[in-house]
Design a protein around this ligand. Structure first.
Ligand code: PDD
Length: 285
């Protein structure tokens, strides 16, 4: 496996980062995951925009342009596709860099650590009810911090919530804030469908602005007449939904068939999902 580290493409075994790196000591960094199918990226520009936005909020500047990021991604795919195949997630991480003093304040004159690698992801999801990867989820109170719009490498809150679901036999967990409104899942955004209307929580500091979410909303607005609402969604609405979907870069739009072991709607993959995944598959590149 070839990885990118601070300007060089090198074998993974040779990639070394100091244990004094603030990414390791503080989780002081931003990451991004971009899907690539046979060398075609989904949402490359919005993914880089989101990463730059997160880095800006942390005052970290790796001084890399969209073109440079694209070059790194393309090189990583080219160098690894023989070993890892055509379906790849490009992972980028930028931390504040290495500083031996371990002060909480931002150190000055420290170069950010820029890391990239690719890993195999499942094949492109297809708009076919029989072939959809289906999910069983549970619900829980969102116990993460109040800046979930930042794609921070400090993923402990998400990891613990994901594990909380896994220990109940679920493959995701739908989270609700103190007011009882849906935020997102441990690693996905959430859509709820009732009587043919699609709803998803509005962007706020309580959830990650998912790129799959963003692309899906744009495609639905441009290519369909289906009504879409960005609004608060209560737990009661989630439990009474006809369909629930979870979205992320590697899953695209995935149907949820049970919540807390109860069927969603009729317990089958839904017609609105089929229409949405069809549109997404046709227009995502
Ligand atoms: N997960 N919400 C959270 C908390 C996420 O971690 C992710 C992505 C999403 C969906 O965002 P996008 O559509 O941009 O992938 C929502 C990444 C891929 C992860 O597994 O770390």
């Amino acid at each position: 496996t070839t990885v990118y580290l601070n300007g060089d493409f090198i074998p993974a075994e040779q990639a070394k980062i100091s244990p004094m790196d603030r990414g390791f000591l503080f989780g002081d960094g931003i990451y991004e995951v971009i899907p690539s199918y046979s060398g075609r990226f989904v949402g490359f520009a919005p993914h880089i925009d989101r990463m730059h936005s997160g880095l800006g909020q942390l005052s970290i500047d790796p001084q890399l342009s969209h073109e440079k990021w694209q070059h790194i991604a393309e090189q990583l795919v080219a160098d690894n596709k023989a070993e890892l195949g055509d379906n790849l997630g490009v992972y980028f991480q930028v931390s504040r860099g290495t500083d031996t003093k371990r002060g909480h304040a931002f150190p000055t004159n420290v170069a950010p650590t820029v890391f990239g690698f690719v890993f195999a992801i499942p094949p492109e999801p297809v708009a076919d009810k029989a072939k959809a990867t289906i999910y069983n989820v549970v619900t829980g109170q969102d116990l993460r911090w109040q800046r979930c719009n930042i794609k921070s490498t400090s993923l402990l809150g998400n990891v613990l919530h994901y594990q909380q679901g896994a220990e109940q036999g679920a493959q995701e967990i739908l989270l609700f804030d103190k007011q009882g409104n849906l935020t997102e899942g441990a690693a996905v955004n959430v859509f709820v469908i009732k009587d043919g209307v699609i709803a998803t929580p509005p962007l706020s500091t309580k959830l990650l602005p998912g790129i799959t979410r963003q692309i899906l909303l744009a495609i639905l607005a441009k290519h369909s007449d289906i009504e879409v609402q960005e609004r608060d969604i209560s737990e009661a609405e989630v439990l009474a939904a006809d369909e629930i979907w979870i979205t992320s870069s590697s899953k695209e739009i995935a149907p949820v068939l049970t919540v807390n072991n109860n069927p969603v709607g009729d317990g089958q993959v839904g017609d609105v999902w089929l229409a949405a995944q069809q549109l997404f598959s046709s227009h995502k590149f």
